[in-house]
Write a protein that binds this ligand. Sequence first.
Ligand SMILES: Nc1ncnc2c1ncn2[C@@H]1O[C@H](COP(=O)(O)OP(=O)(O)OP(=O)(O)O)[C@@H](O)[C@H]1O
Ligand SMILES: [Mg+2]
Length: 253
Amino acid sequence: MTGFLSVQNLSKSFGGLEVVRDLSFDVPERTATALIGPNGAGKTTVFNLISGVYQVSSGSIRFRGEDIGDVPSRHRIKRGIARSFQNIRLIPRLSVIDNLLIGQHVTLKWSLDVLQPFRLIRDHEWVRAARDELAAFGLRDYADEPVGLLPYGVRKRVDLIRATLSSPSILMLDEPAAGLNGSETRELHGHLQILKERGTTLLVIEHDMHFIRSMCDKIVVLNFGSKIAEGSFDQVRTDEQVREAYLGTEQAA
Ligand SMILES: Nc1ncnc2c1ncn2[C@@H]1O[C@H](COP(=O)(O)OP(=O)(O)OP(=O)(O)O)[C@@H](O)[C@H]1O
Ligand SMILES: [Mg+2]
């Protein structure tokens, strides 16, 4: 199905500078779409517009056919639009399970001080759901470890579980493989493959082309805020404008 998430003629300016220009693309349901482009192309800004961190300057964002441009950020989360951030937003001194429970509270817009009673009720449904999800992704043994002591790849995946505990219908990931080594990247890939099989729609910003090739059904390429190409990996890889945009950048390799 096309038009599940649909961005139409989207523009965003900061002061006088237009960083997203007349951008249109669709994210079909139950697929993985990649948003790529050189540093500063406007990728994270697009995520911030879709998640409601920023207001659009012009254009529209439609989700399941409805314009969500004026819907507050927290309501977009409730409608099933989830994201992870370029930097992990977990609290290092708290355990994995507590970080996951805080994620649930934030979704429900409750304050952090209600965490304590829920943690004490060990079989509360949220605690069980969080533990089940850790187990489903092979991370059960980390449940009670402080996040700050975990390897980076595990932290990344805990952050991913935090974003998916509310069963979002679309998940936006900003450079999920950044900073991961080869085996951590493969684990992350397996994790996302499971989410995809569960029916979660993915929109992924990523510089790792192997990752994109094996994961994504469709690629949208941005340069200076504008879309310069769209299509399958092989279609965009051979595109002249894409080659030029990446020439001389770190990603050219
Ligand atoms: N809040 C803001 N205020 C002013 N300028 C901003 C703001 N957010 C982003 N920009 C500018 O918008 C442009 C696009 O930034 P953005 O972070 O979206 O790029 P990106 O494609 O995610 O880059 P990277 O690959 O480095 O993460 C940059 O020039 C950036 O400086
Ligand atoms: Mg970015």
